[in-house]
Design a protein. Structure first.
Length: 66
């Protein structure tokens, strides 16, 4: 009986430590989300321009049978 109580007590303490670790991880995730929100994001025109460049390269490669 004492062994079971000891095992339950140890598992309860270890689960409390995991909650602290989860809070630290959540804080890190939040800070990374803020950095991602503030990072550079290309606009629609830049996206379409890069796609057009890739398509032109493919077309010229096809015309030259390369």
């Amino acid at each position: 009986m004492k062994y079971i109580i000891l095992v339950l007590w140890v598992s309860a303490l270890s689960s409390c430590k995991q909650q602290t670790d989860n809070k630290q991880l959540q804080n890190r995730i939040d800070s990374l989300e803020i950095q991602l929100a503030n990072s550079y994001k290309p606009g629609f025109g830049e996206l379409m321009s890069s796609i057009q460049t890739h398509h032109a390269k493919l077309w010229f490669a096809g015309q030259n049978e390369n």
